[in-house]
Design a protein around this ligand. Structure first.
Ligand code: F6R
Length: 599
């Protein structure tokens, strides 16, 4: 999704903006641009990768100033092009604006401005903002008043930053789309994402909806919509520049797959050594009511897993796609706990679902990776998965940490109700990081991917706790290979999807343990094998599936609840190597963005 960086910096404005933009690249974008203000406002923007913008800037003489803004755009209104790239300006280039989110009433504002003689250069919703500001400046307003007036007219979601000619200030406003200020020794920053700031400062201030920020050479000032000054606490970012570097790996995705052992150790730190696994107050209630998980994409698959574990323990728990939940929530009581599972803590659909729950007096809990994210700040309680920054668009290590966190939550519930044996799970959890390392060291995913890379489709099947992993395996495969991949509950195959199965559609089957459920999955695998489909079994070696599977990918034996995490590592690697053989853009798959901040 789009990214914003803005700063006041006496020395290095252009390098600072470009460095911020490079840190935002991972969010996914199709054009980029910067604006620098001094006695005038100069904008340089370009469709395509950031290096295209850099080349363009190199040919711009004396591009310098004290205040500047930059943007990476992920198209919503209007195709990727130089014209639609941000920043946008008013008719006489006195102000430049960058924007994340969607301005829902832009069409009527644009028509009104056109009737007043304003000429538009882009198809974007954003361009109305500098034109309204320009209109207010023409009417004699100061830059600040013009900025307030413009923002007041907007409906929808936005994070906006603006610079003005002859005015050493960066102005910003937030409504429904993340913005954070960075406080450095000699410079002040605003960004849509703390990742853009990690090599500049570790001190940040999170803006809330309805707030305005003004950055100047004297520091920063935040006011609310009534123009009242807000005193906000500065927090320290624990992520450093090294954590957001690719290191020795060819791709961030591979780096993050390999970071899973360390990420899980960090997730478990202080949590798996005591009987009290988690400390979220909302979860420790003696009379746990219904639990609704709301999430999107990979996080939804984690939510399915968490809900299943809780149901197995007698807790009425359900997972919902956040985008569906927000528009028509199921009945919610005040004893309902709504858990938003969200790596970024900024996904618009998940935030909307959590807000819908809050309006109905439910308790809300955020399970997130990003400290200070919107979900973390808006929910009644928060649990951090502590995975460290995840740069690749495809979520990997954060999914593993989400599953571990949900295992802890579910197990705590069973302990409180007297079911379950903490010792077995604890020792399995303590072995898990080493077992993931073992999978990483011994996997045959690379040759398997090579063998199957030209298939016409990929299917993933699993039952019970392995079903969410089948969905996740397919999601990973489709998002980075651009090939058709689907995950199914193994028992559903013969109710329709079996019609898709051919000799050219490998079927990935997770078959772990040797109970009755697994026997049924193995029967389903035999059904596809009988129809000529190559069967790739992910197994701990305790099942009979290897006797007829075309390929077996081994995982170590572990606790039933943790096996999906090991299976998923094999699926991540399969997707990764398949995408590599097909020559895809792995870290930034086409059309996708890391943090989906529009609904
Ligand atoms: C897939 C992926 C997405 C995200 C989804 C939710 O690899 O990354 O499906 O899982 O957009 O994002 P968060 O977890 O940030 O709410």
């Amino acid at each position: 999704m789009c990214g914003i960086i803005g700063c006041i910096d006496r020395d290095d404005i252009v390098p600072t903006l470009l460095s911020g933009l490079s840190k935002l690249e991972y969010r996914g974008y199709d054009s980029a641009g910067i604006a620098v203000a001094n006695s005038g406002v100069r904008v340089v923007k370009r469709e395509g990768e950031l290096n295209e913008l850099v080349q363009r800037i190199e040919s711009e003489p004396e591009l310098d100033g004290i205040s500047g803004i930059g943007h990476t755009r992920w198209s919503t209104h209007g195709r990727p092009s130089d014209e639609n790239a941000h920043p946008h300006t008013d008719c006489s280039s006195r102000v430049a604006v960058v924007h994340n989110g969607i301005i829902e009433n832009y069409q009527s504002l644009r028509t009104e401005l056109q009737s007043l003689g304003h000429e538009f250069e882009s198809d974007t919703d954003t361009e109305v903002v500098p034109h309204i500001i320009g209109h207010e400046l023409d009417a004699g307003s100061s830059p600040r008043t013009a900025f307030y007036e413009a923002v007041e007219k907007l409906e929808g979601s936005y994070a906006i930053a603006a610079v003005f000619e002859g005015h050493d200030e960066v102005m910003a406003a937030r409504q429904g789309s993340s913005l954070v200020l960075g406080v450095g020794d000699d410079a002040t920053y605003v960004a849509s994402d703390i990742t853009a700031l990690v090599d500049r400062t570790d001190s940040v201030v999170h803006m809330d909806d309805g707030e305005f920020a003004f950055l100047s050479t004297d520091g920063h000032e935040i006011v609310d919509e009534n123009d009242e000054r807000q005193s906000k606490t500065q927090t320290t970012i624990e992520w450093d520049a090294e954590a957001v570097a690719k290191g020795e790996h060819d791709h961030y995705m591979l780096k993050e797959i390999h970071e899973q052992p360390a990420a899980l150790r960090e997730c478990l730190r202080d949590r798996s050594t005591t009987g009290q696994f988690v400390t979220a107050d909302v979860f420790n209630d003696d009379h746990l009511g219904p639990i609704h998980f709301v999430a999107c994409g990979t996080s939804y698959h984690a939510a399915l897993y968490g809900a299943r574990l809780l149901r197995e323990r007698g807790v009425p728990a359900q997972a919902f796609l956040a985008s569906e939940y927000a528009t028509a929530p199921p009945p919610i009581r005040d004893s309902t706990l709504v858990v938003g599972v969200t790596q970024s803590g900024e996904t618009a659909d998940t935030l909307a679902a959590l807000r819908a729950a809050d309006e109905r007096d439910a308790q809300t809990l955020a399970l997130t990776n990003v400290v200070g994210s919107t979900a973390a700040r808006e929910c009644d309680d928060v649990l951090y998965i502590r995975s460290g920054p995840e740069i690749s668009v495809a979520a990997t290590k954060t999914f593993a940490s989400q599953l571990v966190m949900l295992t802890l939550l579910a197990h705590q519930t069973s302990l409180e109700s007297g079911i379950g044996n903490a010792d077995r799970l604890l020792s399995a959890l303590n072995e898990l990081s080493g077992q993931i390392q073992q999978v990483l060291d011994t996997t045959n995913a690379m040759p398997t991917a090579r063998r199957l890379a030209n298939s016409s489709g990929y299917f993933f099947i699993g039952r019970g706790l392995q079903y969410p992993v089948a969905l996740e395996g397919a999601l990973k495969m489709k998002e980075i290979t651009y090939e058709h991949a689907e995950g199914f509950a193994a028992g559903e195959l013969k109710h329709g999807p079996l019609a898709l199965v051919t000799e050219e559609t490998p079927v990935f089957v997770s078959a772990i343990g040797d109970d009755e459920t697994v026997q049924k999955t193995i029967s389903n695998a035999k059904e596809v094998s009988a129809r000529g489909a190559p069967v790739v079994a992910v197994t701990d070696g305790t099942t009979s599936i290897e006797r007829f599977a075309d390929v077996a990918l081994r995982v170590p034996e572990t606790h039933r609840m943790l096996a999906p995490i090991l299976v998923n590592v094999q699926y991540q690697l399969l997707a990764y190597y398949t995408a590599r053989y097909l020559g895809r853009s792995i870290d930034k798959p086409r059309n996708l963005a890391k943090s989906v901040t529009v609904k």
